[in-house]
Design a protein around this ligand. Structure first.
Ligand SMILES: Cc1cc2nc3c(=O)[nH]c(=O)nc-3n(C[C@H](O)[C@H](O)[C@H](O)COP(=O)(O)OP(=O)(O)OC[C@H]3O[C@@H](n4cnc5c(N)ncnc54)[C@H](O)[C@@H]3O)c2cc1C
Length: 363
């Protein structure tokens, strides 16, 4: 089997930036290079809550991959990685195809953790993959709205999703359930503002409510507290895909790929990883950091493909601005200890999000 010079896996944020930068620079990947990803479009997470709330159209929130790949000299293969043998550089795809790559770049995101025990009495749907959630949301909106949906999670994504779903599905009772405190990684003021907002919108909030069992239509905590629901949307953080640990790549205790600041695997330098599938000290799992890794990744992949020794180093910024969509004319801005909900924050969010998507359009 001929080894492809480069196999990119997943159309995550860092890969989108890599392709965009290469196109801008006029660089084309060596012939035979591939992007393997299951869908023909890449969804942009920052705009997903706005899409579900009815503010955006789907076309505004996803980037078509075929034109990006074509312009960067990459073949697009719609498939899914099932297993990776890091020692041999071989990838087994869901279709059964077997590929070998000289350089492999992984930016395939992460799953969402689900309660350990479920009897199947409640529908569970992850916040990711976005395409699946979007299609299910359309069915809920157009045909069969559940009477009750619980969003599990206490971070920005869970807050944005519960507010967006409530706006889109007014006949549905939404509930937000957090294992710990609400918005624990954000300033206290952000949690206070959000609690007030949830109360105003009639969304019950359960904090310190870790759900570990689902039985007979109820979500149960270890100490027996129960919340009844028909469906659950999981926005519970990130869970590594099982193939990562089985790949022989160095991983952390949770299965995320350990990388150096050049975004190379700590154990296999010809394999790079970025975004939520990877772990690097000081770099949280978030779209902002995945996008920033993209510029370094694009440079380093190009350097490895052309035999240049000059690799760039990624330095995660110590803090990043978080802008949470609140399914109305405002957004909640959080930076360091500061939190403020305002119309200006939403205008800034719209400007940044739509600017990013415009930058991915290839004429
Ligand atoms: C509702 C919601 C809103 C969010 N809003 C924000 C925000 O405003 N700002 C922010 O910073 N972060 C936000 N996040 C977090 C953000 O979505 C993630 O941190 C970010 O998407 C990670 O990007 P990534 O590059 O790792 O890959 P992802 O964007 O997760 O993309 C992964 C890609 O890999 C593909 N893939 C997956 N498995 C395979 C496989 N086995 N083989 C091949 N391809 C595969 C997928 O189809 C997809 O194309 C939000 C998350 C959610 C759930």
């Amino acid at each position: 089997m001929m080894a492809a010079p480069l196999i990119m896996v997943g159309a995550g944020h860092a890969h989108l930036v890599t392709l965009r930068d290469w196109i801008k620079q006029g660089y084309r990947a060596p012939a035979g290079s591939l992007l393997v990803t299951p869908e023909s479009d890449a969804w942009y997470s920052g705009m997903m809550p706005g899409l579900l709330a009815g503010r955006w159209q789907a076309e505004q929130c996803r980037a078509a991959l075929a034109p990006l790949c074509r312009a960067a000299g990459i073949s697009l293969q719609l498939d899914r990685l099932s297993t990776l043998d890091a020692e041999r550089g071989t990838l087994q795809l869901a279709s059964g195809a077997l590929l070998t790559g000289q350089v492999i770049s992984l930016d395939c995101g992460a799953g969402t953790p689900a309660p350990a025990n479920s009897d199947g009495s409640v529908e569970l749907i992850g916040a990711k993959p976005f395409g699946t959630l979007y299609r299910r949301w359309r069915q809920w909106r157009d045909a069969a709205t559940p009477a009750r949906i619980a969003v599990l999670g206490g971070g920005p994504a869970a807050v944005e999703l519960v507010l967006a779903l409530q706006r889109a599905l007014p006949s549905c009772q939404l509930t937000l359930i957090c294992a710990g405190p609400l918005l624990g990684a954000q300033p206290h003021r952000a949690a206070r503002i959000t609690r007030t907002l949830l109360t105003k919108r009639g969304i019950p909030l359960y904090e310190q409510h870790e759900i570990n069992r689902i039985q007979d239509g109820s979500l149960l905590t270890g100490d027996g507290r129960a919340v009844r629901t028909d469906a659950v949307v999981l926005a519970t953080g990130t869970a590594a895909a099982p193939w990562q640990e089985a790949s022989a790549l160095a991983t952390d205790g949770a299965g995320f790929i350990r990388i150096t600041d050049t975004l190379q695997s700590q154990s296999h330098p010809h394999i790079l990883a970025s975004g939520d599938c990877a772990t690097l000290a000081g770099c949280p799992h978030s779209g902002v950091y995945a996008v920033r890794q993209g510029a370094v990744l694009g440079h380093n992949l190009r350097a490895l493909l052309t035999g240049s020794p000059a690799l760039h180093h990624f330095q995660p910024q110590p803090r990043a601005l978080a802008l949470l969509a609140t399914a109305d004319a405002q957004a909640l801005a959080c930076y360091g200890p500061l939190a403020l909900r305002s119309r200006a924050a939403r205008r800034l969010k719209d400007h940044l999000d739509s600017g990013f998507m415009r930058s991915l359009q290839v004429s």
